[in-house]
Design a protein around this ligand. Structure first.
Ligand SMILES: Nc1ncnc2c1ncn2[C@@H]1O[C@H](COP(=O)(O)OP(=O)(O)OP(=O)(O)O)[C@@H](O)[C@H]1O
Ligand SMILES: [Mg+2]
Length: 231
């Protein structure tokens, strides 16, 4: 089944001579349960695309059908509900609340139909660090808390913007293994934006952006497991 059907998405920032075209007619499809990796140079529109798909930013034109609903037609209120219920988001720099423990950081994202914060921390292997504050955790551990927070609601769509960008390769590999495991267990549709071209090897689908346009959209018939690739 099609999870995402994106047609001629356009988005510019600024006006007149200051105008920057971030998305210049982007169209693609993603099937439910696919692990998609989006590659492309800095400024090519990757984050803009992810933010539109996650309901955090609006496109100027085009349509973005996510699980059969065109989110570009959503009211602001509907977008809030969409972000809260359907979307898990993982950022490069974790974005944890410094004054909340790991467990509390996960708990604030809980939703009906999801799992408990304890179960989410267990999934990322951090059962014993639940009472720690972010400052008491390593970067990799903080990112695992951020993943627990993103998946505690069992989102249908998990969006990750440079989730391994701030981590050393070994820790980054662990993060990708977690994402893969989550995909297998819950059939979650996952989109990962990255500079790391090696991640293409673990993807079901690889999309490459350049200057706001798709220059490659390929299906990987034999994706590797994150543990199998050379980092
Ligand atoms: N809020 C904004 N206001 C103005 N311009 C923006 C804004 N967000 C992004 N842009 C511009 O849109 C273009 C695409 O940016 P985007 O952040 O999507 O790129 P990216 O592929 O994620 O880059 P990176 O790999 O560096 O994160 C860039 O030229 C950027 O400067
Ligand atoms: Mg970006």
């Amino acid at each position: 089944m099609s999870a995402l059907s994106i047609t001629d998405l356009r988005k510019s920032y600024g006006k007149g001579s200051n105008q920057v075209v971030a998305l210049d007619g982007v169209s693609f499809e993603v099937n439910e349960g696919e692990f998609t990796v989006i590659l492309g140079p800095s400024g090519s529109g990757k984050s803009t695309l992810l933010n539109v798909l996650g309901g955090m930013d609006r496109a100027d034109s085009g349509s973005a059908v996510v699980f059969e609903n065109d989110i570009t037609q959503y009211s602001s209120r509907k977008l809030v509900e969409y972000r809260r219920k359907d979307i898990g988001f993982v950022f490069q720099f974790y974005n944890l609340m410094p004054n909340l423990t790991a467990l509390e950081n996960v708990a604030i994202a809980k939703c009906a139909g999801g799992m408990s914060e304890e179960a989410a921390l267990k999934l990322v292997g951090l059962t014993r660090r639940g009472r720690n504050f972010p400052s008491q955790l390593s970067g990799g551990e903080q990112q695992r808390v951020a993943i627990a927070r993103a998946v505690v609601k069992k989102p249908r769509l998990l969006l990750c913007d440079e989730p391994t960008g701030a981590l050393d390769s070994k820790t980054g590999q662990r993060i990708v293994m977690l994402l893969q495991r989550f995909k297998v267990r819950y059939q979650t549709t996952i989109i990962v934006v990255t500079h790391n071209a090696k991640l293409a090897q673990v993807a079901d689908r690889v999309i490459r952006l350049s200057d706001g346009k798709i220059v490659e959209n390929s299906v990987n018939e034999n994706p590797l497991r994150a543990g199998e690739i050379e980092w």
